[in-house]
Design a protein around this ligand. Structure first.
Ligand SMILES: [Zn+2]
Length: 134
């Protein structure tokens, strides 16, 4: 079953600093879980723990993929200020393996993104082990 990614509502031009709803966050994006597109056969994992380093778009690791990637902004929008937030979901990439200009549409990209978002609740964070309290 293919789960489409949600519609991306607007362009991410002013992405940085746009999230007054987020005080702290921890975001983990795992893609290519079976290592189909990596050299070492391992999945690709990115963990973002600082708001200012968050990318608007997470690039798809499939080198043949065009028009793909994950629109991270969409997943951060529902967070409410000062409220603990947790979200997890898995999505297929929206890209395809056609030509870059899109004249020819190829097979759809088989890459999947596993998205974990935690925000405004440092006690729930799992991936920043070297920070305070440990
Ligand atoms: Zn892709």
């Amino acid at each position: 079953m293919k789960t489409p990614q949600p519609f991306f509502p607007r362009t991410p031009t002013t992405f940085q600093g746009r999230f007054p709803n987020i005080t702290t966050c921890e975001i983990r994006i795992e893609q290519d879980r079976y290592g189909n597109h990596s050299r070492d056969g391992k999945s690709t994992i990115d963990v973002y723990t600082e708001k200012r380093t968050l990318p608007a778009q997470v690039t798809c690791v499939n080198r043949q993929c065009n028009r793909g990637g994950l629109a991270l902004e969409w997943y951060l929008d529902p967070i409410k200020k000062d409220e603990p937030y947790y979200y997890q979901g898995e999505f297929f990439c929206n890209g395809d393996e056609g030509t870059p200009a899109g004249r020819k549409k190829g097979d759809s990209c088989d890459n999947q993104f596993l998205v974990e978002v935690r925000a405004n609740d440092p006690s729930s964070y799992k991936y920043q082990r070297d920070t305070e309290g440990l």
